[in-house]
Design a protein around this ligand. Structure first.
Ligand code: ADP
Ligand code: MG
Ligand code: ZN
Length: 488
């Protein structure tokens, strides 16, 4: 039988506030800060310590809710989710339960039109079930037979974003996760720094007979902390469950871990259900009541988001959807593109091709973040214009770009220093053409006998002899003219 996956994602994202969710402790970098540097009675769960809600965290959460087109509830309730764990000293987490901050949103995703195993390619809306506020836990680590606990992260504002079970392939899961990360970065509410654990995924996975609308038992995979783990974990789980059904077995509802090294999921515990957490309203925090005018002012401050920007780029700059999506995948990249376009005399399409090609390659090769591009937009624009107006060849342009990335400097200076200026002076090029035709009589004969592809080879010889400086249009013209002259 053919099976299709049904997947819902729960995403936890830390919010970029200065202080924690319920106390004044500073939020510090979880990797570099000295352990237990920013802790107090509240975020270490001392008896009698009282929580005070962080207004900025609420504002950032509302930003996300609005960007995901959710309904924002003017009254929401904090609840205690009770469980015991060493990284949660209170014995409960303050979260939201039956009255969350925001519900019923959506994210538009797009998957490639290519042979795929599951689902359909193209655009798709993934429904967001809820967006709620909670607090992060401390961090455990284990070494040399000891366990260590760092409470710096305890009480950091955390947003949970839960989808409906609308995803139907690992590709869609990846597309959703990257789109959500992009939106959080656009909104300046999260750094997107996955290695630091500021975004973490949980995937709920079930499979069913292809075409069925029944929902089968699901498993929940925890600790998916990279796009790679998320994709591999869901792939593995889809396969595992399909094989169980194939054998006539039943899938147990359980919570799974994911092992990065083996690429396999493993059972952690039977799934607890809501009543195991004994949720009840947090008695130390009153209902969160928001004024509609405050929500409206936050809405007015939202930036242009990836979907809108993509449509605008396609329209305004006449880009292909694929090009526009690459440029808008990061706000910083989109801003950079528009910066270059505004400084450049070349068409936007030309700028887009430069960015999509060599430029992205250098960013990747040199591990440069798009928020930290070392090349001023003005300088890149100048370089592109020098190629467009044929001051230098396209190949020389790439050499200059590499130089600018590695050592800085302006395009004109590098062109001068490396003597890369293209020569369209017919006299100089004609000399080279004459010499090449003289040195290669056999090829000239072949050309005259009708083998026109030889022209390309001869062009290559001219480029080589002039170190790429000969204007190819002029060179081709002179070559053809000289060759034709030999017919008489
Ligand atoms: P809980 O709060 O107990 O974790 P929910 O029912 O609220 O569970 O769902 C959590 C996530 O699981 C949601 O993202 C939801 O879309 C997803 N989900 C629910 N049922 C299924 C199913 N049968 N298969 C896959 N995912 C599911
Ligand atoms: Mg869950
Ligand atoms: Zn504190």
């Amino acid at each position: 039988m053919k099976y299709e996956p049904v997947i819902g994602l729960e995403v936890h994202a830390e919010l970029l506030t200065k202080s924690k969710m319920f106390c004044g402790c500073e939020v510090v970098d979880s990797i570099t800060a000295k352990p237990n540097r920013t802790i107090c009675p509240t975020c270490t769960g001392q008896p009698g310590a009282l929580p005070v809600l962080n207004r900025k965290a609420v504002e950032l959460a509302v930003r996300v809710g609005l960007a995901l087109e959710c309904e924002i509830h003017t009254e929401s309730i904090f609840a205690r989710k009770n469980y015991f764990y060493p990284d949660l000293p209170k014995g409960y987490q303050i979260s939201q339960y039956d009255q969350p901050l925001a519900t019923d949103g959506k994210i538009r995703i797009e998957t490639e039109v290519s042979p795929r195993r599951h689902g359909d390619a193209g655009p798709k809306d993934v429904r967001i079930r809820r967006v709620h506020l909670e607090e992060d836990t401390g961090k455990l680590s284990h070494a040399d037979g000891y366990s260590f606990i760092d409470y710096n992260r305890s009480g950091v504002p955390l947003l949970e974003i839960v989808t409906e079970p609308d995803l139907s392939s690992p590709e869609e899961v990846k597309a959703y996760a990257s789109k959500l990360r992009a939106i959080l970065r656009y909104l300046d509410v999260n750094s997107g720094d996955m290695e630091k654990g500021v975004i973490r995924f949980e995937a709920n996975v079930s499979v069913r007979a292809a075409g069925s609308d029944q929902f089968n038992t699901r498993t929940e995979i925890k600790n998916l902390n990279s796009f790679r783990a998320l994709t591999l974990g869901t792939e593995y789980e889809i396969k595992r469950q399909s094989e169980i059904y194939e054998r006539g077995g039943t899938v147990e509802q359980e919570t799974l871990g994911f092992n990065d090294a083996t690429g396999k999921t493993y059972s952690q515990r039977g799934k607890e259900s809501a009543h195991d957490y004994r949720y009840f309203p947090e008695p130390d925090i009153p209902p969160l009541v928001l004024e509609q005018s405050w929500i409206d002012s936050i809405r007015a401050s939202l930036p242009e988001l990836p979907e809108a920007k993509t449509s605008r780029f396609i329209e305004q700059y006449e880009l292909k959807p694929q090009e526009a999506r690459l440029l808008t995948s990061e706000k910083a990249l989109a801003d950079y593109f528009e910066g270059v376009v505004s400084k450049s005399k070349s068409p936007a399409k030309t700028v887009s091709s430069w960015i999509a090609g060599e430029f992205m390659r250098y960013l990747n090769d040199l591990s440069i973040d798009v928020t930290n591009i070392p090349l001023p937009a003005e300088d890149f624009a100048k370089l592109i214009d020098m190629v467009t107006d044929k001051t230098i060849s396209g190949n020389s342009g790439k050499v200059v770009l590499g130089e600018m990335f590695r050592n800085g400097g302006k395009a004109e200076e590098i062109v001068k220093a490396k003597n890369l200026a293209q020569v369209s002076d017919a006299g100089f090029i004609q000399e080279t053409v004459a010499k090449i035709l003289n040195d290669n009589p056999k090829e000239v004969e072949q050309y005259l006998a009708g083998k026109e592809s030889i022209l390309q080879w001869l062009m290559g010889q001219v480029a080589r002899a002039t170190k790429g400086k000969a204007d190819p249009t002029v060179a081709r013209e002179l070559l053809v003219k000289s060759l034709e002259a030999k017919r008489k």
